[in-house]
Each structure stands twice: as C-alpha cells, then as structure tokens.
Design a protein around this ligand. Structure first.
Ligand code: HEC
Ligand code: HEC
Length: 339
C-alpha cells in the first residue's frame, strides 16, 4: 500500500517536472522569437532609429503622383484645381499685389514645395493626408492641414494667417490632401520631406558660404539675395533668399539642416537627389551664409514649449543642454545629436 502511494507521489512529481520543463521551453522559444523579430526590424528599417528630423522616416512606400487630369468636374474637383494654382502661383493671388488679397511676401509655396509639391525630397506633400492631424512639438498642439498651411503662410511667406472657412485656404488644403490620398494611414512615403545632408565634423562657415553663393547662386538669386521679379510684377522668376521679402526667422529654412538639405538636393535649380551639384560642405556653408544675412523677425515666444524637444539646429535658447545659441545655429552638430 505504502509503495503504491509512494509511486503515485513520485509519478506526480515527474509530471509536475514535465509540465514545468514544457513551460520553460515555450518561454525560451517565445523570448528567442521576440529577439528575432526585433533584430529583423532593426536590420530592415535602420533609418527609423537614427537622428530624426521631421519627414525623414521612410518606410518602404513609394508614392506615385496622381494625375491632375483625373480630378472630376465637380465642386470638389474645382477646389482641388484652384488649390494647385494657389500653390504654384501663390503670389499672384495672395502676394503684395495679389488679386485676392495681399497677405504674404511674394513667395510661392512652389518655390520650396517644388513641382507643385510633388518633387522627391523637394518637400513634397505626399505624407500630409496620411499623417495629419498630428501632434507638433513646435507648437505643442495637434495641428491639422489647414493650420499647417497657416504656419507656412505666417513664417515661410512672412504673412497673415487665413480663416478656416476661407476658400483659398480650403482649396490649398484640398489639393495637398488629394496628392496624398492613396498613402496608407500614418505612412511617410519614400522621398517625403527633405533628405538629410550628411553632417560635418566642423561648424558651418558663413565666410566659405559666401564664396559658394557667389559661384553657384548669384546668377539667379541676385547679388544680395534679393531675387528677380517677373516683368508682370506679381510673382518672382527667382525668389528672394534674404531681406524683407524672404522667409522669416520662424521658418523651417531658417534652420541650418533643412536649408542645407533643401539646397543640396534641389539647388542650383535643376539638381535633385540623384544628381546633387554641391558638396556636403558647400551645402552647409551656403546655408550658414544665407541665414547669417538680414530677414524679417517673428515673435517665437510660443514655440517649442517643451525645450527638450527643440531641434539641434534651432538657433534660439533656452536649451535643455549646455550648448550655446551660436553652436545650435552653426554646429558642429555631430556630437550634439549623438548625445
Ligand atoms: C521658404 C520655403 C517654404 C515656403 C515658401 C512654403 N513652405 Fe511649407 N514647408 C517648408 C518647410 C521647410 C517645411 C518642413 C519640411 C520638413 O520638416 O521636412 C514645410 C512644411 C509644410 C507642410 C507640412 C508637410 C508635411 O509633410 O508635414 C505643409 C502642408 C506646407 N508646408 C504647406 C505650405 C503651403 C500651402 C505654402 C504656401 C502657402 C508653403 N508651405 C510655403 C518650407 C516652405
Ligand atoms: C538657375 C537658377 C538658380 C540657381 C543658380 C539657384 N537657384 Fe535657388 N531657386 C531657383 C528657382 C527658380 C527657385 C524657385 C523654384 C520654383 O518655384 O520652381 C529657387 C528656390 C530656392 C529656394 C527656396 C525659395 C526661397 O526663396 O527661399 C532656396 C532656399 C534656394 N533656391 C537657394 C539657392 C541656393 C543657396 C543656391 C546656390 C547654391 C541656388 N538657390 C541656386 C533658381 C535658382
């Protein structure tokens, strides 16, 4: 009798051991699987984990520019087509001599959002439909597409914001959203925004940048960066880079990295990311030169309410780190972003 009970107890112990072993095998297998998934993710999307400026995440979605001729003849279609005209010829409608109303500096959205907001790494609008409304660290608020357009009007066009029900604002938003309509939710297509120009080991140098400007930019943008107005007088042939009619100090291009990245892969006019003309050094130095010259100011008191979220190249303190305004303006940025 006692041997029977002893055997039963022994058997139960063995059973328990077996169950425990099975559980541990499953646990180990689970952990290994998780590690494998993580590893594949890091290998497949290394860019997602490096220094991040807005618009540089590039999951593997390639965007095709939709055909404007496919826009139907409807009320909505008319709004989209009007929006395209406003983006390409903003100044004709909203510039200092604009036929709708004079609320901006004479730049066209198209001067920076090249080819009607469709050029690869020319700040195209491919990601807007899929990603707005979105939280923006600059304002510390959730921003929809119309608010984002107003931000560029107030900063890049140094102008006055429009009301949410104004036809021109709705038309620009409709066109921008239509361009990205086939992009899946939250995806940022390849070629969106700007391509980050590689960082230098040294600070960007305005003195060297002046030489680059004279050799590569003066022919179009003018001796003093004043640009060239078309004969009709309502839109620029070559937009200004400096002075009262240029973007203000609150604009994205006033920061070294967006400027250098825009210019490296888009300027002199005709360059693109497959055929850059400037070296990395030239791009950074010309950014330093142009952004050391005078331009309109802007009340930036409400910007970057969480100072730890300020971009490395934001030239106005206070900062959450030990670097000075001068260092945050011109660099060197390499060790700054490695922190
Ligand atoms: C002087 C250059 C410049 C001009 C002119 C300009 N923008 Fe921008 N815009 C920028 C920059 C720089 C960004 C930010 C790009 C980035 O961070 O990748 C931007 C971002 C945007 C975005 C957000 C894009 C995104 O993918 O998140 C929208 C929408 C936009 N601009 C609309 C406009 C409209 C509409 C106009 C004309 C009324 C305009 N912009 C004029 C420089 C400009
Ligand atoms: C062949 C003429 C040409 C040359 C050379 C040229 N650009 Fe441009 N640039 C343009 C044109 C045209 C646009 C507007 C594009 C459009 O609307 O399609 C522009 C737009 C820009 C813009 C954005 C709009 C603005 O006014 O802020 C910047 C910044 C810029 N260029 C910088 C430069 C720099 C820096 C150089 C020299 C490295 C340079 N460009 C050389 C023709 C030129």
């Amino acid at each position: 009798m006692s041997t029977f009970i002893e055997r039963k107890v022994a058997l139960q112990a063995v059973n328990r051991l077996l169950v425990l072993t099975r559980i541990s095998v499953w646990l180990v297998a689970g952990v290994v699987l998780c590690l494998l998934i993580f590893a594949t993710y890091f290998v497949a999307f290394p860019d997602n984990h490096s220094a991040n400026i807005e618009g540089t995440n590039q999951p593997d979605f390639s965007w095709t520019v939709p055909d404007i001729n496919s826009v139907p003849n409807s009320h909505e279609g008319d709004l989209i087509r009007y929006g395209e005209q406003l983006i390409r010829h903003t100044s004709v409608y909203l510039g200092p001599r604009g036929k709708v109303k004079p609320i901006s500096n004479g730049l066209n959205c198209n001067n920076c959002h090249l080819d009607g907001g469709t050029k690869t790494f020319g700040i195209n609008y491919s990601g807007v439909f899929a990603n707005y409304p979105k939280y923006r660290n600059r304002s510390g608020t959730i921003v929809d597409v119309k608010e984002r357009v107003n931000e560029c009007i107030e900063r890049s066009l140094n102008g006055q914001r429009m009301q949410a029900d104004e036809r021109e604002l709705n038309a620009m938003a409709a066109y921008i959203l239509w361009l990205g309509k086939d992009v899946p939710n939250k995806v940022t297509p390849i070629g969106n925004g700007l391509k980050q120009v590689p960082f230098l080991d040294r600070a960007a140098d305005p003195v060297k940048g002046q030489l680059v400007y004279e050799a590569q930019c003066v022919v179009c943008h003018g001796n003093n960066g004043e640009g060239l107005m078309k004969a009709e007088g309502n839109e620029y042939e070559y937009p200004p880079l400096v002075g009262d009619h240029s973007y203000n100090q609150g604009a994205g291009l006033y920061r070294m990295s967006p400027f250098a990245s825009f210019v490296k892969y888009n300027m002199p006019f005709g360059a693109d990311y497959t055929n850059p003309i400037l070296s990395d050094e030239e791009a950074w130095d010309v950014a330093a030169y142009v952004n050391s010259l005078p331009r309109p100011g802007k009340d930036l008191a409400g910007d970057w309410p969480d100072i730890s979220k300020k971009p490395f190249d934001y030239p106005f303190g206070p900062y959450a780190d030990q670097y000075t305004e001068q260092e945050h303006k011109y660099g060197p940025f390499k060790q700054m972003i490695a922190r």
